[in-house]
Design a protein around this ligand. Structure first.
Ligand code: HEM
Length: 280
């Protein structure tokens, strides 16, 4: 925030949205602050290949593989250190946890880091950009929120998630035969889940295509529908959004937001660039 105040013209995505999520994951995992930026860039690379080529001399696949390796090794290094010398932190818990008498291997700790870097990064980042854009286009709602922040921010964050729906779809495999609105699904069938469609369901939401932080009922499926894969980081994400928007809206209330450049992607609902002016 200190860097943003008085910054003039910036791309809100690179100057703000893309910073907090991986800093949070890095802090949770125990990454040394001096390595935080390298880890953040590696996490960004996981999605960078989706639309445009990554600008590097190496070809994009080799580059992506090297960044995956960086994330994996960063977590394994900390896991090994915590096995030798436990501390009161999350990684110590991860390496000491036992399931059916087994502890996680380095390979599994590394895979968990990749999971956090993909699931915990682009999601909150995109929600931040979508919400900033929506609040700028609805100054009346921004004012309403600021009038009673503590009572209203909880509902507002739920609407940020529904409106942004950064994860648009996943496929899941049916475990047993079932029927959904007349469609027969057999055990073993792959089923496409469209969270973005569920979040605009006119049978569930009044005025589903409107951004409205005053909704009193908001049973969105932005974090999943409540099954075993329900978003593990939903509370982290909501806390990040709550804290970040408090700083943004109270410390720099008069930011001007320009026209977004959308990401062309069928999985992530994304904004690549969002011009912003932070008054000097
Ligand atoms: C606004 C932010 C976020 C959104 C919209 C989001 C959305 C989702 C969705 C839709 C799923 C699949 C749920 C299902 O199919 O039932 C998921 C899973 C997951 N999310 Fe998030 N997520 C967000 C933030 C985060 C953060 C910050 C983290 C970690 C720090 C995280 C970690 C995970 C993990 C590990 C899974 C896999 C859970 C499993 O398969 O058991 N997510 N998320």
């Amino acid at each position: 925030m200190d860097d943003l105040i008085g910054a003039g013209d910036v791309d809100f995505v690179s100057a703000c949205s893309s910073l907090l999520p991986m800093h949070t994951v890095s802090d949770m995992i125990g990454i040394d602050p001096k390595d935080r930026e390298a880890v953040r860039q590696a996490a960004e690379a996981l999605f960078a290949g989706k639309e445009e080529a990554v600008s590097t001399d190496l070809d994009s696949l080799t580059y992506m593989a090297s960044q995956v390796e960086l994330l994996r090794n960063a977590a394994i290094e900390i896991a090994e250190a915590r096995r030798r010398k436990p501390q009161d932190d999350l990684m110590t818990n991860i390496v000491q946890a036992e399931v059916d008498g087994h502890r996680l291997t380095n390979e599994q700790v590394g895979a968990f880091m990749i999971l956090l870097s993909s699931a915990g990064n682009d999601t909150t980042k995109q929600t931040t950009s979508h919400s900033m854009l929506a609040l700028a286009r609805h100054p009346d709602q921004k004012r309403w929120l600021l009038e009673d922040w503590d009572a209203r921010i909880g509902g507002a964050v739920e609407e940020f998630i529904r409106w942004g729906s950064p994860v648009m779809d996943f496929s899941r495999t049916a475990l047993r035969d079932t029927e959904i609105r007349g469609s027969h699904i057999r055990a073993g069938d792959k089923v496409g889940l469209f969270y973005c469609s569920g979040n605009r369901d006119a049978a569930v939401f009044e005025n589903p295509d409107a951004f409205d932080i005053t909704r009193t009922s908001n049973p969105h499926v932005g974090f999943g529908g409540g099954g075993v894969h329900y978003c593990l980081g939903s509370h982290v994400a909501k806390t990040q959004l709550r804290v970040l928007f408090h700083e943004l809206l109270t410390r720099v209330p008069d930011v001007e937001i320009g026209e977004p450049v959308w990401l062309r992607n069928t999985f992530v609902h994304g904004i690549k660039h969002l011009p912003a002016h932070f008054p000097v």
